[in-house]
Write a protein of this length. Structure first.
Length: 256
């Protein structure tokens, strides 16, 4: 905006100077008055054109600044952390969300190695992730625990994508970091529920097997008893005697 105002003031000063010189010429040479008036008119038209152009430029710049502010807000206050990482693992830029995640001012993050904010036991995961990202040139994701300024840690989902930096021409990593504490809690609850269901199924299976075994033993005993009854009936028949009652074990259609 300041640059446009300076340009506008400079054009106005030039036109004012040209007009003054034209008026001086007209005073010294009255015979060239009509030509001088024409020159002044042309200068006035040119001044109006410049003012209109400046107004359009100011309006365009104002709209551009509004768009840039809107995108800046979207970047800085996004629900996930955004940052740019060099091939050597240094933080080149960061949004406010990521710095808030770590509890560190954004200015202190720049040029710092990201590994400094990764949980010690997850360092190897990060190393393999970054190595694979630059070797395959394909987007990668992994879970990492990050460490805050107060030394507390929490789980995150790290997602990286390679792009070419327009200024340096080097490849850099555009990365997002999402806080997945709620997701991890839900996963642990689901794992616990799954384990409980597995235990219940196992208990039910064992109980069912006990029942099956008991039923099988009963059927065996019943079959043996049936053989004894059949044998006794045969002895009665051989002695021309009849049983005094119907035996439910043999059934009405079975002979004795």
């Amino acid at each position: 905006m300041k640059k446009n105002r300076d340009s506008e003031n400079l054009n106005s000063e030039k036109i004012a100077e040209l007009r003054r010189r034209a008026e001086e010429i007209a005073k010294k040479h009255p015979q060239n008055l009509s030509e001088t008036e024409h020159l002044i008119h042309e200068l006035e038209v040119h001044q109006i054109e410049l003012e209109m152009q400046n107004e359009e430029l100011r309006a365009s710049q104002f709209e551009l600044e509004k768009v840039l502010d809107r995108f800046s807000d979207l970047y800085d206050f996004a629900p996930v952390g955004y940052f740019t990482l060099s091939e050597s693992g240094l933080i080149i830029s960061s949004n406010l969300t990521f710095s808030a995640m770590l509890g560190i001012e954004r200015g202190y993050l720049l040029r710092q190695p990201l590994s400094r904010f990764i949980f010690e036991e997850d360092q190897d995961i990060f190393y393999v992730h970054r190595k694979k990202l630059f070797e395959t040139q394909e987007s990668q994701s992994c879970r990492l625990r990050v460490v805050r300024k107060d030394e507390s840690s929490f789980p995150t989902l790290f997602e990286g994508k390679l792009v070419k930096d327009k200024e340096s021409g080097k490849q850099v990593c555009w990365a997002t970091v999402s806080d997945i504490r709620t997701l991890v809690v839900a996963e642990k609850a689901l794992e616990k529920l799954h384990a409980e269901l597995e235990e219940r199924v196992e208990d039910r299976t064992q109980n069912l097997q006990i029942l099956v075994n008991a039923m099988s033993g009963r059927e065996i005993r019943m079959a043996e008893l049936k053989k004894v009854i059949t044998k006794l009936r045969k002895q009665l028949k051989d002695n021309e005697l009849e049983p005094i009652a119907f035996d439910p074990l043999l059934g009405p259609d079975e002979e004795w």
